[in-house]
Design a protein around this ligand. Sequence first.
Ligand SMILES: *Cc1c(COP(=O)(O)O)cnc(C)c1O
Length: 395
Amino acid sequence: MKEKDHLVSAGPNTRLAHLGNDPSDFHGFVNPPVVHASTVLFPNAAAMETRSQKYTYGTRGTPTTDALCEAIDALEGSAGTILVPSGLAAVTVPLLAFLSSGDHLLVTDSVYSPTRNFCDTMLKRMGVETDYYDPAIGVGIESLIKANTRFVLLEAPGSNTFEMQDVPAITAVAHKHGLVVGIDNTWATPLYFKPLDYGVDISIHASTKYPSGHSDVLMGSVSANAAHWDRLKEASITLGICAAPDDAYQILRGLRTMGVRLERHQASALSLAQWLEGREDVAKVLHPALPSFPSHDIWKRDFKGASGIFSIVLPVSEPSKFKAASHAFLDALKIFGLGWSWGGYESLAVAVNLSDRKIAKAPKEGPVIRLQIGLEDVADLKADLERGFAAVREI
Ligand SMILES: *Cc1c(COP(=O)(O)O)cnc(C)c1O
């Protein structure tokens, strides 16, 4: 379905409320049906032989997955979107789609750790070599491009340390050399950054985060521009990777409220980041929307907003005490849960391990704690963080 004309120029929340399925397709019901499907019947042998109908088999799409993919295409400005069972699969599938044995891959050093693990283990075993680059590299990426370089994988801001990257500069250099450019855009969502508008070929999302929004559904999406769509789609079919109907339904449901949820995540996270920055209990706040953050100018130039996850560095003079300080902080929290993932309604805190970094190394000032700011009241979150700081002062 082509995006309805009156929605193309509408505001982000209007679009989120109406993109995707057309209610008139299913008797006016506002939400799309949840189609559980493997077999699809054909009216006769000729139609079956030529597959001349919209739906042919469950793995190749249903009205439920189409509704979500069409909404995502409209948000990303992409030619097509595939759905996969997790955010990590949204990273691995496009790499498998575009890389072959003997190829070279460039990946930002502040990449999501399981992405690095995939590159360093499975891709390596399959004959693909990966080099990690400084997220601040910009046009300097040209010096890392070899004759066999095929793909550049960006993630901006980076996981846990939130360095921004000059996406248009890196993309322009990469395209000059005929490379495919992909970005893990999970932090920003297409509401706050639209990578394809900046020349990126492939936009990757852990829908597990803000699109889901409720710490329950796992899913990933990969959206491609016209030049890369056929190969991406073919790879997902070849691999047999698809998403479950109930999950696709829930992610579309999540998109309806994602704009208003993000506004709240953004406002709460920013007010806490500003409050934390002024405190003696904090050595550094790693949040791209703070003017003090080194790559803030890039965030300001390219992004429309900031989401609700950032990190703080606790001031601890001796490295031998980093672990005790971060454990004391985390164990004192009562509202922030200790758990992985983010983008849900509830606040979370984790001790960040940066030992796999080669270039964008861990800060020396102290241990890094990542905070996912949920939808709770900011005053209560402040009180909780105060409990953490008091516990650190005790050690
Ligand atoms: C969480 C995350 C993923 C992986 O998502 P899962 O659904 O948990 O597999 C990928 N990239 C980034 C940046 C993430 O934060």
